[in-house]
Design a protein. Structure first.
Length: 297
């Protein structure tokens, strides 16, 4: 064989081997790349599944509203279908040991009442409680059910020996400074008995001065004492008022001339340091009052 031809054959054989090895390497490389893609796809799917699971579980945990009522709440209490509507303010405090206390006043109680009892949250997330109400030295059993919604709203249905009530409210906030000396004019405009053989009596006006003192026992409750004067002479005044964070007032006053007292509701207007009240007195006359604070405590 010609030496050149021999070298060509050897060279050709070497190129063939290199080509074959290259094909084998390429095939191996393709296989490796394909396997890596499969692994990456599998890992991606698993990672996505994990994050979806975590997202669902964490989302469920974060979105599920808290049913715990622990804390202090200020609420409005109303007696449905009552006429005139009985309403007022109550402060409830739920403790971690499943006990609770409350105090409040409505336009039908004439004084501050107190509740004490135990509470629980059942399997469906409903708040249930039993309590004893203390009012005028009497003790009345009661029960309520409802929900505390994520620590922001409280809705209860109350059933007691003194009737059924609805409660709606929010976490308690700071009570405005309502203490001090107040004075103003009260207008008793309807319900005065007619003068014999003549027209009904004209509205009666009384000028009254009150001193409101914060209760040491019940935040938001103010004891009042004062005096007044009118067509029938001078008289002393005593009473109690309850105030919430928005300045809503429920009050009772008793005076020497009208043993039935006065039931008043209204609002404390902080920016003007004034209070506007309306209600009825013991004789059934409508009462309208506008008071102005003359000094603080």
């Amino acid at each position: 064989m010609h030496p050149v031809a021999g070298r060509f054959l050897i060279f050709s054989a070497a190129r063939k081997n290199i080509f074959i090895r290259s094909l084998e390497g390429a095939t191996f490389g393709v296989t490796v790349v394909a396997n890596m893609k499969k692994l990456a796809t599998l890992l991606h799917s698993n990672i996505v599944s994990v994050f979806v699971f975590l997202g669902l579980t964490c989302g469920t945990a974060f979105s599920r509203p808290s049913s715990s009522p622990v804390g202090t709440w200020e609420v409005t209490i109303t007696r449905p279908n009552s006429s005139p509507l009985e309403k007022g303010t109550v402060f409830l405090t739920f403790s971690n040991d499943n006990t609770f206390t409350a105090y409040g006043m409505t336009t039908g109680t004439f004084t501050v009442f107190k509740w004490s009892g135990t509470w629980n949250v059942n399997a469906s997330g409903k708040l249930v409680a039993d309590y004893i109400e203390n009012i005028f030295d009497a003790q009345l059993d009661g029960h309520f059910e409802g929900r505390a919604l994520n620590g922001k709203r409280l809705h209860l249905k109350v059933a007691g020996l003194d009737g059924r009530f609805d409660i709606n409210g929010k976490p308690a906030d700071g009570i405005p400074d309502f203490g001090g000396s107040w004075n103003g004019t009260l207008r008793h405009s309807i319900g005065q008995p007619p003068i014999e053989g003549g027209d009904p009596k004209p509205p009666m006006l009384t000028t009254e001065t009150f001193q409101f003192t914060p209760s040491n026992e019940f935040p938001g409750v103010f004891d009042l004492v004062g005096n007044g004067s009118g067509p029938e002479g001078t008289f002393g005044v005593t009473g109690v008022a309850i105030l919430n964070s928005k300045g809503k007032i429920t009050a009772f006053t008793f005076n020497d001339l009208n043993s039935g007292g006065e039931i008043l509701v209204g609002r404390f207007i902080r920016r003007k340091d004034q209070t506007v009240l309306h209600g009825r007195d013991g004789a059934g006359a409508e009462v309208h009052a506008r008071l102005r604070r003359t000094s603080f405590h």
